[in-house]
Design a protein around this ligand. Structure first.
Ligand SMILES: Cc1cc2nc3c(=O)[nH]c(=O)nc-3n(C[C@H](O)[C@H](O)[C@H](O)COP(=O)(O)O)c2cc1C
Length: 212
């Protein structure tokens, strides 16, 4: 079973995320390949990011400024793959979601892990610009952002009374995304067993030291 964490990236009352999350939860559970945990940022009341070397503490057993920050980093470390459910706010991801990603600071917990994105919006763009925004962020976090995402336009009328998507392409896109997540998670798990390169910043330091 693949350890899959799903991050719900909106916390507003009456959020449209609540149309998307029950459907994808059922899809992932029915797939049978995943050990699923939903991480709803409404329940993860993370502080606004303000970590620094002094609050992180010993990098091999970091304390962070608050226990919830440490717990969030541990959740991300447990993950073998991620799904991010995001609306589009001002052509990007919500600040609350960016904050949750920033909070994975100094632990390198995202490195070399696949992430699939489900975006939505009340308009025709379906949150596609939030995915583009996430792609920039994913590179720096060394997440493997998958090409095949699920984009849901007009989210308020996209699901029927049984929480099933009205447009079949939504379901088909989820199947493709989950196939990719499985493939990448299994490949990266195998690769990790053979050993990972240390983070680039550490290698840069050691190469520079060797030049002296
Ligand atoms: C602050 C804010 C900014 C928004 N910006 C966009 C936008 O840039 N593009 C878009 O298609 N929809 C935009 N919307 C509409 C959202 O897609 C819509 O409200 C959606 O329901 C938000 O998801 P949520 O209800 O789960 O928070 C915005 C909504 C909010 C609250």
């Amino acid at each position: 079973m693949i350890e899959l964490k799903v991050i719900v990236g909106s916390i507003r009352p009456e959020r449209a995320a609540d149309k998307v999350t029950p459907w994808i939860t059922k899809r992932i559970e029915n797939d049978g390949s995943f050990n699923l945990e939903i991480l709803d940022l409404r329940e993860w009341n993370l502080p606004l990011f303000q970590e620094y070397a002094g609050s992180v503490g010993d990098p091999s057993n970091p304390t962070y400024s608050e226990p919830i920050v440490k717990a969030w980093n541990e959740k991300m470390r447990e993950a073998e793959a991620l799904v991010i459910i995001t609306p589009e706010y001002l052509h990007g991801m919500p600040g609350i979601l960016k904050n949750a990603l920033d909070t994975v600071f100094a632990s390198f917990a995202f490195r070399n892990k696949p992430v699939g994105v489900i975006s939505y919006s009340s308009g025709i763009a379906g949150g596609s610009r939030a995915i583009e925004n996430l792609a920039h962020v994913a590179v720096e976090a060394e997440l493997i952002l998958l090409r095949n995402s699920v984009i849901i336009p007009f989210v308020n009328s996209a699901f029927d009374e049984n929480s099933e998507p009205i447009n079949q392409i939504t379901d088909a896109a989820a199947t493709v995304m989950l196939e990719d997540i499985k493939w990448w998670a299994l490949v990266m798990n195998r690769a990790r067993k053979e050993g990972e390169l240390p983070p680039g910043s550490a290698r840069l330091r050691s190469h520079l030291a060797a030049m002296k």
